[in-house]
Structures are given as structure tokens and as C-alpha cells.
Write a protein that binds this ligand. Structure first.
Ligand code: FE2
Ligand code: FE2
Length: 253
């Protein structure tokens, strides 16, 4: 059994959707896929993408990204939290999983999350330009830390009894030093909306050995204090230099 990882497949782009639809129907039948969010803001397209993957993999483990919780194109006035509940039903119907599972002696734990400015305060320019601030809708009086706390509270607080390998994954970054030093200063404006240090606390409590994350679109593998952090975002069509645009095998048994 092999465990593959990918994130940020953004299937609203035709090139990305075509890559997904062209994945082999036979090659991954014994394998697990970790899909770390940002599939689409359309629940219909999320359902389509997950169905493509569950038809190809033994198991698909998934967490939504920020794009899945955009409500800007949704009819009605529902909040992004309500959309998350509708998303759960789409995921269940597709046969994918958002719960911890032991597969082939490997414990795989999805970690829901959001950003809480633990990586720094947002600038006025970021508050103006970051799409989530216009496309998500939260309950009245919710601050960003309330949003993050809501999702972090969904994660299993205590590590399940398990002797073997432990892998966790989240859409958002658990620590900001996962961003490589070459990121230009202007792009660092985004750091406050990249993740939460609480995710790092959770994955350390879980005793993860590998943690897969998405969101930054900057492909990277880095080992810090006995944990290997892996980003294998597919990314936008023009992001050819920072993403490999293929599935990455992160572990095999
Ligand atoms: Fe993304
Ligand atoms: Fe994202």
C-alpha cells in the first residue's frame, strides 16, 4: 500500500480538471490518497472531483481548504459554517473520509483548521485584498480566531492508541517557518493568513511523523524535530515553478 499526497487541485481550471480525470483507473487500487484541500468553491465540483478519486484509490482522506468555504457564488445567505456542514454530506456521498483512520497499519489523521493570525497581524492591504475576507461569511461577531477555534475543536484531541506510523494533514500551515527563505518580501504579506500555530500543537500531541499541508502552493519537504512536513500542491496552471503537478508518494508499507 502506498500513500500519496496532493492538495490545491483547484479543478475550476480546465487543465487541472483534465489532469484529474486522466488519472489511471488501475494504478492506485491498493493505495491511499491524502487530499489536503482547495478543490473548488463549488460543492458540485468538489463532489465530482472526490468521486473521480474514490473510483481510483482504495481510500481518499480529505480536508477542505479555504476555497471550499467561499459562499460568494452560493444562493441565499448561509454562512461558511453552514456550507461546511453541506460539504460533509457531499464528502460522505462520494465515499471519501474526513475522519482519522488506520489503513495498512498507518494512522492517518485529518486536521481541520483556519488561520488565526498566530503568524503575524494582517496589514490593511491584506485585509483589503485577500479574497476570503470577501468570499466567506461567518456568524455575526466571529473574529478570525473564533473561526480557527471552531475548526480546530473538530480535531481529535487525544491520539488514538496506535503503535505504527502516524501521518496527519491539514490544508493550512502548522508553522510559518515552512515557508522557504527565498519568498520575496512583498509575498510575505500573506503570512498571517497561511495557518495557525495551534495546528502544530495538535500534530505534536498526535505524535505525527509526517505532516502534509497545502494552501501555500509552494512545494516543499522539510524535517523539523523528527517531523517531515510535505507540501505537494498542484496549484494554479501558471504555477509551474513552485509545483510539480503530480501525485507524490509519501510512504509505503
Ligand atoms: Fe490553493
Ligand atoms: Fe488555500
Amino acid at each position: 500500500m502506498r500513500i500519496f499526497a496532493i492538495s490545491d487541485i483547484h479543478v475550476d481550471y480546465e487543465m487541472n480538471a483534465r489532469w484529474l480525470a486522466d488519472l489511471s483507473l488501475n494504478e492506485y487500487r491498493d493505495d491511499v490518497l491524502i487530499l489536503a484541500g482547495d478543490v473548488s468553491d463549488s460543492l458540485e465540483r468538489v463532489g465530482w472531483a472526490l468521486s473521480i478519486l474514490t473510483a481510483r484509490f482504495r481510500r481518499v482522506m480529505y480536508v477542505p481548504g479555504n476555497h471550499e468555504l467561499w459562499v460568494i457564488r452560493d444562493p441565499g445567505r448561509g454562512t461558511s459554517l453552514e456550507k461546511f456542514e453541506r460539504l460533509r454530506a457531499v464528502v460522505a456521498q462520494s465515499g471519501a473520509s474526513m475522519q482519522p483512520e488506520i489503513l495498512g497499519r498507518v494512522l492517518i489523521v485529518p486536521l481541520q483548521g483556519w488561520y488565526d493570525y498566530s503568524f503575524g497581524p494582517p496589514s490593511s492591504e491584506l485585509l483589503e485584498s485577500w479574497m476570503d475576507f470577501h468570499a466567506c461569511r461567518w456568524p455575526a461577531h466571529f473574529q478570525m480566531w473564533n473561526v480557527a477555534a471552531h475548526f480546530l475543536a473538530l480535531n481529535c484531541a487525544r491520539p488514538p492508541v496506535h503503535e505504527g506510523m502516524r501521518i496527519s494533514f491539514s490544508h493550512f500551515l502548522p508553522r510559518i517557518d515552512l515557508m522557504p527563505p527565498y519568498i520575496p518580501r512583498a509575498r510575505r504579506m500573506l503570512y498571517p493568513v497561511l495557518g495557525s500555530a495551534r495546528l502544530e500543537e495538535q500534530l505534536r500531541t498526535l505524535k505525527s511523523r509526517i505532516h502534509v499541508y497545502g494552501h501555500s502552493h509552494v512545494n516543499r519537504q522539510v524535517a523539523i524535530d523528527d517531523v517531515v512536513y510535505i507540501n505537494n500542491a498542484f496549484g494554479y496552471p501558471n504555477e509551474t515553478r513552485i509545483s510539480a503537478k503530480e501525485l507524490l508518494c509519501i510512504h509505503s508499507t
